[in-house]
Design a protein. Structure first.
Length: 202
């Protein structure tokens, strides 16, 4: 691990405990037992340090999207996994960090989050196109429009579940309704078989 990586790792540990706003560069230097000058030789300021850390975390999710596309030929499972990546990333993130980002570093959040949403949109578009080729999704669908609908459901579900206005099952039902609407007879048959298999396990 080089000096820059040490600073990123050590700073992130402090940020997770106390938030982005309250931790100073002096405290980061002290915790790492290095001079503040060394930190500033690697990062222009705290803003750049936070940006780098958040970008690295976002890119982990981007890699997950890419891995899903390589390793899963079942488009129904793939779409569910794409949704799960976002939920898991939020679940593993500190509420304090999320609050600080939105309140004090919104420009960083907007800039870096763009990478995540572009990667997610690309993954959904590719999956929909793959579903059409497999004959499980209708050829007549507008892929870009349907992808945006899936993203709206994903984002809406996270907000409303956090607000306790709907349950996870309610949002899954919305997801299924959209899936059924774009599925061919072959696709509907698969969904029906999957549902029956799940019921048989109960």
């Amino acid at each position: 691990m080089n000096t820059r990586e040490r600073i990123q790792t050590g700073a992130f540990e402090l940020f997770k405990k106390r938030g982005f706003k309250s931790v100073t560069m002096d405290e980061i230097a002290k915790s790492l037992q290095m001079s503040k000058r060394t930190i500033y030789e690697n990062f222009e300021d705290k803003h750049e340090l936070i940006h780098t850390i958040i970008e690295i975390e976002i890119k982990k999710s981007v890699c997950q999207f890419e891995n899903i596309m390589k390793n899963n030929d079942n488009v129904y499972v793939t779409l569910q996994q794409i949704d799960n990546i976002h939920k898991e990333s939020l679940k593993n993130s500190s509420p304090l960090l999320q609050t600080d980002l939105k309140k004090y570093y919104s420009a960083i959040l907007d800039n870096v989050a763009k990478l995540f949403f572009e990667a997610r949109n690309k993954a959904i578009n590719i999956t929909l196109a793959q579903g059409i080729k497999q004959g499980v999704f209708l050829e007549s669908i507008n892929i870009n429009a349907i992808a945006l609908m899936f993203e709206d459901i994903m984002d809406f579900s996270i907000r409303k579940i956090e607000e306790k206005k709907f349950t996870d099952k309610d949002m899954i039902d919305c997801f299924v309704v959209l899936l059924r609407g774009i599925s061919t007879e072959k696709g509907l048959e698969y969904m029906s078989c999957k549902k029956n298999n799940q019921q048989n396990k109960i």
